[in-house]
Design a protein around this ligand. Structure first.
Ligand code: FEO
Length: 163
C-alpha cells in the first residue's frame, strides 16, 4: 500500500505531467499558427509523451491500491514571442520537473517505499534525456539567431521526429 502522503504526491505529479502535455500542445498550436509546422509536430509528439508519463503514474497508483484523480490544471499561455522564448520555457519547465521527480525519489526513500523508488527510476532517466534534447534545441536556436533560412532548416529537421 502507498502512504497517503505518497498518494497525494504522485497525484500532484500526474497533474504536473498533464500540465506539461497542455503546455507543449499550446506551443505546438502557436508554432503551427506561425507556419512552423515542424516545430509544431515535434511539440505535439512531446505533448503525447507527457500524457503517457501521466498515465504511467496513474497505473502505478492503481497497481498499489491507491486512488488516482484528475486534477484541475492551470491554462498554459497561448503564444510565445519567438521560438527561442518557447524553447527556453521548455528547458526551464523540464528542469523544474526533474526537481519534482527528485523530490518524489527522496520521499520514496524516506518512506522506505522501494517499489515506488524503483518505479521512479524510469522517470529519473527520462528527465536526463528530456533535458538534453531541450538544451540541444535551445543552443541550436541561439546559434541560428536571426537567420530565417537556418530556422526553416531546423523546422524541417524537427518535423521528422517519430512518434
Ligand atoms: Fe514528463 Fe517532460 O517530463
Amino acid at each position: 500500500m502507498l502512504s497517503k502522503k505518497m498518494e497525494k504526491a504522485l497525484n500532484a505529479q500526474v497533474g504536473a505531467e498533464m500540465f506539461s502535455s497542455n503546455l507543449y500542445l499550446a506551443m505546438a498550436l502557436d508554432f503551427e499558427a506561425k507556419n512552423l509546422k515542424g516545430f509544431g509536430h515535434w511539440l505535439r509528439v512531446q505533448a503525447k509523451e507527457e500524457m503517457g508519463h501521466a498515465m504511467r503514474i496513474v497505473d502505478h497508483l492503481l497497481e498499489r491500491g491507491a486512488r488516482a484523480v484528475v486534477p484541475a490544471l492551470d491554462a498554459p499561455p497561448a503564444a510565445w514571442k519567438s521560438p527561442q522564448a518557447a524553447f527556453d520555457q521548455v528547458l526551464a519547465h523540464e528542469i523544474k520537473v526533474t526537481g519534482m521527480i527528485n523530490d518524489l525519489v527522496d520521499l520514496a526513500a524516506a518512506e522506505k517505499d522501494h517499489a515506488t523508488g524503483a518505479f521512479l527510476q524510469w522517470f529519473v532517466n527520462e528527465q536526463v534525456e528530456e533535458e538534453a534534447q531541450s538544451v540541444e534545441i535551445v543552443e541550436t536556436l541561439k546559434m541560428i539567431g536571426e537567420s530565417k533560412g537556418q530556422l526553416f532548416m531546423l523546422n524541417h529537421q524537427l518535423g521528422k521526429r517519430e512518434g
